[in-house]
Each structure stands twice: as C-alpha cells, then as structure tokens.
Design a binder for this molecule. Structure first.
Ligand code: NAD
Ligand code: TYD
Length: 341
C-alpha cells in the first residue's frame, strides 16, 4: 500500500507516519510538507532510514509539485497539512485561507487526476463552534467562529462536494484537542510544560473556564489508521478523549505533577471570540469501528511531561528557531522563525 501524506512533518502527521511505518514496514509512505515554522523533520528521525519512506518538500497549493509527487493510482491521500493555530488565524487569516482552503482544493483536484483510491481528510471539532450544552455529533450543524475553524469548515465541505460530484472515496475525521510529544510549544499544553520547566509564567486566557476535550496523539493516530483502513466511504467520524475539562483544571493538574506553585498561572487578556466549550462525541467511531481512547488524561499528561523533560534539545531548537537553520543548510531556505515562545 502506498500512502501520500501531507503535513507529515507536523505534530499529528509525524505521529501517524511513525506509527504507520512501524505497523506496515513493507508499505510506501510519501511525506509532502512545506516545512512551515510548524513542520520539523526532527520529528521523523525514527523513519528516515525506512527504505520505503520518502520526504518531498512542497506546498499543497502548488499543483505542478503535487502532480509530480503523487504517483498514479496511489492507494490513499492522508491530508494533515494546514495552518493550525487559532491565535495566528486571528492575527491574520490569509495564510489559513490559502493553505487550508485553496490548498485542499488543489490537492483534491490532483488526487482525482491521479486516481487516488481514498482521501482521508483530517478536520477538527472546532468546525462545530462553541457548544452551550450537549454534544457535538457528526450530523450536528457546523458553526465555525474563528478564521481557523472557518477555513477548516470550508476544507471539509470541499471534500464532501468532490465526493458528491465526482464520486471520490473519502473519509473525514474531526478530532478534539490533541496533546503528546513533538507538539509545537505555541499550543497551551506544551507551552505550559516548557514554561513551567523553566520557571516562566503560564498565560491563562480570560477566566480560564473554557472547556476543551483532550485526546492523546497516539490514540488519535490509532483512530486515523482505523478510519483509513475500515472507515465507510463518505462518512465523518469524531475522535475525542472523553475528558472535557476547563483550562484551569488542566493547568492545575499539570502544575501539581510538576510540583510547581499555582502562582505561575498568569491571567492575560482573553482571546477574541474565544469559544467557551467544545464537546465532541466519539460514540459513532466506537460503535462502528470499535475505537475508544486507551490513554487516560493523567497517564498521557505524565508521559508528555516526561517527554518534554527528556527532549530539552528539541525544545531549545524549536524555541530559538535553530531547526530552521538546518532547513536553510539542507534546502537553501531562508524561513522566518515561528513565534519564539
Ligand atoms: P501542525 O501545525 O503541527 O502541522 C502542520 C503541518 O503542515 C506542518 O508540518 C507544516 O509544515 C505543514 N504545512 C502547512 N502548510 C502547508 C502547505 N501549504 N503545504 C504543505 N504542508 C504544509 O498541525 P497538527 O497539530 O499536526 O495538525 C494536523 C492536522 O490536524 C491539521 O489539519 C489540523 O487542522 C488538524 N487538527 C489538529 C488538532 C490539534 O489539536 N493539534 C486537533 C484537531 C484537528
Ligand atoms: P490552544 O492550545 O491554542 O488550542 P485551541 O484554541 O485550538 O483549543 O488552546 C487551548 C485552550 O487554552 C484554549 O481555550 C485557549 C487556551 N490558552 C490559554 O489559556 N493560554 C495560552 O497561552 C494558550 C496558547 C491557549
């Protein structure tokens, strides 16, 4: 089986590639990634030596690059590539529309031309918007409220449109907040771990009572593998951790595991239009494909803390943008460093 993965140098994509390569050593994996600030080839050292793995640096908005990179009759496209940070989308939506919407459209066009047998599209629970009460199900209405969520909603609707119009085989997954190793420390959990480990304050947006559901990235990867291999064509599956908690609860648990004082928590101005509550139901994927999260939140959080403690070099390189110098040497790139946190 040959899978063509976009955005595989990011947090979730790299977990998926590491897991897939281990599970299917005979399988072929092409990883197509632009290497923005969020893409880091250091996340993939475990598979570099894999005979059937290849990395291609490229932009999903570049039709010619995709035509060259995607082999005819590829078995599946697994589409992670995206601008993924809500705060950045509030600061400027243009790149989110370009990559998440236009990039998905270009990728869909080329996938069809290349006769891809399946298109697995990775979406987010944020397309449902803030939930007052109740649960977000696969057939609930979509109500995106941030530029990031709006661009991800447009992307998944394009996938459905291509399925309905041209009969393309696709599966869409919507995951809640992921956490685990190799996550860029702009997202709240790695940011809080890295700051706490270095005695720096942890920003808490507004009152900190916003509710998020946390799923470990390794659990998510298993669900994505199932969706790819056994998901029913044209279906959407929600993936969650079953752990809805306020940000304050999460951060207090984290600080207690690190034996740090709560005075590290610093209230800051709230995010504009901050969604109050996400609450994804994963009942459908459990019922139809037999998946449920296996890693409890305390266990996953402990191991994530341990990983960041053990991988200070990775954290240092990511925080000071050193890994971008590596790309510069390797690919002649002069990329701007991401938000240095
Ligand atoms: P990430 O930001 O860590 O990685 C994104 C990857 O996409 C990077 O490697 C980046 O270089 C690449 N990329 C960006 N623009 C590109 C382009 N134009 N062409 C090719 N590659 C490009 O993101 P992540 O957290 O791994 O998320 C992966 C996917 O999962 C995204 O689609 C995101 O919307 C979705 N998702 C993430 C979460 C989460 O909690 N992280 C939750 C639900 C859904
Ligand atoms: P984030 O990790 O950005 O993910 P998302 O916005 O996609 O859910 O944020 C998770 C929650 O944490 C969200 O409610 C915003 C909040 N947050 C903070 O309180 N402080 C921070 O420094 C960050 C980055 C986020």
């Amino acid at each position: 089986m040959h899978i063509f993965v976009t955005g595989g140098a990011g947090f979730i994509g790299s977990q998926f590639i590491r897991d897939w390569a281990e599970r299917f050593p005979e399988g072929h994996i092409t990883n197509f990634d632009k290497l923005t600030y969020a893409g880091n080839l250091a996340n993939l050292t475990a598979v570099e030596a894999h005979a059937n793995y290849r990395f291609i640096r490229g932009d999903i908005c570049d039709r010619n690059a995709l035509l060259e990179a995607i082999p005819a009759n590829v078995d599946a496209i697994v589409h992670f590539a995206a601008e993924s940070d809500v705060d950045r989308s509030i600061a400027g939506a243009a790149e989110f529309v370009r990559t998440n919407v236009v990039g998905t459209q270009v990728l869909l066009d080329v996938a069809r031309e290349r006769g891809a047998k399946r298109f697995l599209h990775i979406s987010t629970d944020e397309v449902g918007g803030t939930m007052g009460l109740g649960w977000f199900f696969e057939d609930s209405k979509l109500d995106p409220r941030s530029p990031y969520a709006a661009s991800k909603t447009a992307a998944e609707q394009l996938v459905r449109a291509v399925g309905a119009t041209f009969g393309m085989d696709y599966v869409i997954t919507r995951t809640s907040n992921n956490y685990g190793p190799y996550q860029f420390p702009e997202k709240v959990l790695p940011l809080a771990i890295c700051n706490a480990l270095s005695g720096q304050p942890i920003p808490v947006y507004g009152d900190g009572l916003q509710i998020r559901d946390w799923v470990h990235v390794a659990d998510n990867s298993k669900a994505l593998q199932l969706a790819l291999l056994q998901g029913k064509a044209g279906e959407t599956y929600h993936i969650g951790g079953g752990t809805p908690q306020t940000n304050m609860e999460v951060l207090r648990t984290l600080l207690s595991m690190l034996y740090c004082h709560e005075s590290l928590l610093k209230r800051v101005t709230d995010r504009l239009g901050h969604d109050r509550r996400y609450a994804v139901s994963y009942a459908k994927i459990e019922r139809e494909l037999g998946w449920h999260p296996e890693i409890s939140f305390p266990t996953g959080l402990r191991s994530t803390i341990h990983w960041y403690r053990q991988n200070q070099e990775w954290v240092k390189a990511v925080r000071n943008g050193e890994y971008l110098n590596y790309y510069k040497a390797q690919y002649g790139l002069n990329l701007p460093a991401g938000q240095v946190v």
